[in-house]
Design a protein around this ligand. Structure first.
Ligand code: NAI
Length: 293
């Protein structure tokens, strides 16, 4: 996989996993087209990357703002052509149980994590196909795109299941054209995701969201802070792209939970009742690995 001199458009590129992917792209000799909602962090990320010798262009972008995204995509394609690597990574995590989620929990999470990702595909993939370059799409989902947590991440989990479904479908569509699609499904990664509400749009007040108790937030923070490094995630993502693998599951400790869930679905297909024992064990295992981001 020779990425030298090619372009990478990365959303959420100012922090965490997106920034680590940008650093990895820079190491591969790519031109970085970094998009993020957070202007200060974006400028600092670009400065650091340039200090390391990278070529970087920044775009202030809220991926949920379709009008702005149209303008950014048109500018990117006019100035640089279609990206060779499209990384739909920008995302937020907000804990909201299905039975108590507010309409704004749904709107904010789905508009960034699902619509923002969909817009990226709509606005870039046709140009990537037309360019004839057999490039790559990397979408950031989560381990909660493969299993569900009984601990209250219903809205987030729904958004990440959507990312997995979109990625699988897109992979099938693009494979005959020579483009490869991979989907990142990490467990905890030490990033700034616990403070996702720093990017809450002005029109959404905190009062409109499900609020987490201070101690619950502190627990989530310590869990996330003890996660693997974003650089390790970026390395695994690049290995998957090089080997043309589609799923990037960075946390093998969730293997039993994934298998148990699938066995329950297979049993249902055979018309067998779900095993309460297995489902309870699954819930318990996942709660022990909580919180899922
Ligand atoms: P982060 O908070 O460090 O980075 C997210 C970046 O996205 C930030 O730079 C933020 O400004 C940007 N962003 C947020 N909303 C945006 C919007 N509307 N438009 C454009 N940019 C926006 O968090 P992290 O962890 O690096 O998150 C990246 C992705 O990884 C997300 O999709 C998240 O759901 C996913 N993820 C994170 C995990 C973790 O444990 N950190 C685990 C599984 C998935």
């Amino acid at each position: 996989m020779d990425m030298r001199g090619k372009t990478a458009f990365i959303t959420g590129g100012a922090s965490g996993i997106g920034l680590a992917i940008a650093q990895r792209c820079a190491a591969e000799g790519m031109t970085l087209l970094l998009a993020d909602i957070e202007e200060g962090a974006l400028a600092r990320a670009a400065e650091d990357l340039r200090a390391g010798g990278a070529s970087v262009v920044t775009y202030r972008l809220d991926v949920a703002d379709l009008d702005r995204y149209r303008d950014v995509a048109a500018q990117v394609i006019a100035d640089h052509g279609a990206p060779y690597l499209l990384v739909n990574n920008a995302g937020i995590a907000w804990k909201a149980p299905a039975s108590a989620a507010t309409p704004e929990d749904w709107r904010w999470t789905i508009s960034v994590n699902v619509l923002g990702l969909g817009y990226g595909i709509s606005l870039f993939v046709p140009a990537m196909i037309a360019s004839g370059a057999q490039g790559y799409v990397l979408n950031t989902a989560s381990i909660t795109g493969l299993i569900v947590s009984p601990g209250g991440s219903a809205v987030y989990s729904a958004s990440k299941h959507a990312v997995v479904a979109i990625s699988e479908t897109l992979a099938h569509e693009l494979r005959p054209l020579g483009l490869h699609v991979a989907v990142l499904c990490p467990g905890s990664v030490a990033t700034n995701i616990t403070d996702a509400d720093r990017n809450l749009p002005d029109h959404v007040g905190h009062d409109a969201l499900t609020s987490a108790a201070a101690e619950e937030r502190a627990f989530t923070r310590s869990f996330v802070d003890n996660g693997i490094t974003p650089a390790a995630v970026a390395d695994q993502a690049f290995a998957a792209l090089a080997e043309r693998r589609s799923y990037v599951v960075t946390h093998p400790e969730y293997r039993d939970e994934i298998a148990t869930r699938h066995r329950q679905i297979e049993a249902a297909v055979r018309g067998e009742p779900a095993s309460d024992v297995a489902l309870l064990a699954l819930a318990k295992q996942i709660l022990n690995l909580q919180p899922l981001t």
